[in-house]
Unconditional design. Structure first.
Length: 283
């Protein structure tokens, strides 16, 4: 039985590789042929076996044939919107996502211009005064390259919150969760300022969340400090105002990756000048 063939197909792929998977096949079946999924064989790497012809290997320092490709991963080191979109609100929450095997990164909008275009933003967690339960603090994420990223728009967020009446018995350490069971909603969180009787004098928005439909389709919960234990306060009516809209924040120019992101290493396992037209694509 031959150990490889000259056709770029799983059935011809080398019967040995460095992924500890001895049987070539599709990435979906847990094997190495054509795999670009990070973490499938080794943590924080995407390893795959590819049949590469003379066109594919240009600039990669390898010979045509069966090639092992290793792609590194790294965190987001900077966020700077090139196209900031329109109609966003300060403190809204967005996300950077990538293909299977990557780690999502969440960000918070810091400042916007007069049309709601995002001017500055930061990884969620690095600017928060409140580490509230349920907030997904993934400040950096983990990605292989910028080209594979998409932006979840920080749209339809909470703009402001008031308490009237302010009730009694609340504490400055209490926190407020504004939530909705609709798929895709990211909760908003607030801190409180209270008077000598525990009446709420201000509700301070910390993160505005995203994807709220309207101010009436929400649940308001007040908890003790950083817990899910109900506050001892009572009698307050807390009402959020929503910022409807938000669109067109572009991923182009938005993200800078560090670590081993965008790094690729190639190894020729079998040199074959006669490798057929590509079936897998060498990354």
């Amino acid at each position: 039985m031959p150990l490889w063939g000259s056709v770029d197909a799983a059935s011809n792929a080398v019967k040995f590789d460095a992924t500890d998977k001895k049987t070539p096949g599709s990435a979906a079946s847990g094997n190495s042929y054509g795999n670009v999924t990070a973490g499938q064989f080794r943590t924080n790497q995407a390893l795959g076996i590819f049949g590469a012809n003379t066109t594919e290997i240009v600039g990669k320092g390898v010979h045509p044939g069966w090639i092992m490709a290793k792609q590194g991963m790294g965190p987001i080191t900077a966020l700077a919107p090139n196209t900031g979109g329109t109609s966003f609100a300060n403190l809204a929450v967005g996300s950077i996502t990538g293909p299977t095997g990557t780690t999502q990164a969440d960000f918070i909008v810091l400042t916007t211009n007069s049309t709601g275009g995002i001017l500055t933003m930061a990884p969620l967690g690095s600017t928060q005064a409140l580490a509230a339960p349920g907030v997904n603090n993934q400040p950096s994420g983990l990605f292989a390259n910028v080209a594979s990223l998409t932006v979840v728009q920080p749209a339809n967020s909470v703009l402001s919150v008031v308490a009237s009446p302010g009730g009694t018995g609340y504490s400055n350490t209490d926190i407020v969760r504004i939530s909705n069971s609709t798929a895709g909603v990211v909760n908003a969180w607030c801190s409180l300022t209270t008077n000598s009787t525990g009446g709420i004098t201000a509700v301070n928005l910390v993160t505005g969340g995203r994807n709220f439909v309207n101010a009436t389709a929400v649940a308001i919960d007040v908890y003790k400090a950083d817990t899910f234990v109900a506050s001892t306060g009572s009698g307050a009516t807390i009402t959020p105002t929503m910022k409807t809209g938000g669109a067109s924040l572009a991923v182009t120019g938005l993200v800078t990756l560090g670590g081993r992101a965008n790094r690729k290493q190639y190894e020729t396992l079998v040199a074959l000048g006669s490798m057929s037209a590509t079936g897998s694509t060498l990354p």
